[in-house]
Design a protein around this ligand. Structure first.
Ligand code: PXG
Length: 290
């Protein structure tokens, strides 16, 4: 059965949810997006996702033709109308329809759509036993070229990193900055535990400011675990006590191997596991109801 998609002001059936070949989102990846989840009929961190969406749009000088408040209401309506208890919500704003040239001024109005569907999760095995990740051959975009805080539709850098992961036979790949610092994975932020403390790379190295990343830092704070944003070289990961990834899709997933190096004793760490349990509890109780 098809779902209902919010597209440019209306709810349409999924088979009718089509956009123009002249949309600059398609022609140039000119647009921004968010991936949001709902749990237990509550949208997790809606405000944070809306704030990031609007900040991303501002970062590419794209005017979203709706207020943040109305946008939030439409997101809630989209999950509700599709009667989903737990959903993956994809929110996209493109530059809109223009001509066969880059000039964004030719695009008179942004295209907006919201899809609410089921989420494809990592198999439960990976949460129990941990993930092996590769080190991507592809370097992360330089932060002076593309501000890593902008969650744009231009994901080729990440997709090349994902292809590196696939070629290495892993699910994910760690991306390093051009000068060799640990940035993030292709769709997740990375943390290590060292001396019982959490360390994650700052956005300036070339990482998206993750909403899950921030939630995990808050949770750690409540448990009295210190967390800091710090530049790290790859060697610092190899000698970490624990390592895990965070993201809307993955939540918190343990990493037990990076390239050919085993992390810790090769099993998911206890701090990682405790944070994961707390995070799951948070997702069920927090969030905006619909
Ligand atoms: N880094 C990158 C490059 C991302 O795309 C994250 C980190 C984690 O951020 P959040 O705010 O989600 O904690 C992301 C998020 C998908 C999908 O369908 C990807 C993301 C989120 C949801 C779904 O692949 N990426």
């Amino acid at each position: 059965m098809g779902s209902k998609i919010f597209l440019n002001g209306n709810f349409v059936n999924s088979e009718d949810a089509v956009i123009s070949v002249f949309d600059h989102g398609v022609l140039y990846g000119d647009g921004v997006f968010e991936g949001i989840r709902s749990y237990n009929r509550r949208v997790f961190r809606l405000k944070e996702h809306l704030d990031r969406l609007y900040a991303s749009a501002e970062g590419i000088k794209l005017q979203i033709p709706m207020s943040k408040k109305d946008f939030g209401a439409k997101i809630l309506e989209t999950v509700k109308i599709n009667d989903l208890n737990d959903a993956y919500i994809r929110v996209v704003v493109t530059r809109g329809i223009g001509d066969l040239g880059l000039d964004p001024r030719k695009c008179k109005i942004a295209t907006v759509f919201i899809i609410a569907g089921k989420i494809a999760l990592y198999p439960a095995d990976y949460y129990r036993n941990g993930l092996a990740i590769a080190i991507a051959k592809t370097k992360r975009n330089h932060p002076d070229s593309i501000n890593p805080k902008i969650k744009s539709l231009n994901y080729i850098n990440n997709i090349l990193g994902k292809i590196d992961a696939i070629e290495a036979g892993t699910q994910e790949a760690l991306m390093l900055s051009i000068d060799g610092y640990v940035a993030e994975c292709t769709g997740d932020n990375i943390f290590i535990v060292r001396g019982g403390k959490l360390i994650t790379p700052p956005s300036e190295v070339g990482a998206l400011e993750g909403i899950t990343q921030k939630a995990v830092i808050e949770l750690a704070g409540k448990k009295g675990i210190l967390a800091e944003y710090k530049r790290m070289l790859i060697d610092e990961l190899f000698t970490a006590e624990e390592c895990f990834l965070t993201g809307t899709a993955a939540e918190i997933i343990p990493v037990v191997k990076i390239g050919d190096k085993v992390i810790g004793d090769g099993n998911p760490g206890s701090i990682t596991q405790a944070l994961r349990e707390q995070f799951i509890e948070l997702t069920l109780n927090e969030g905006v109801e619909y």
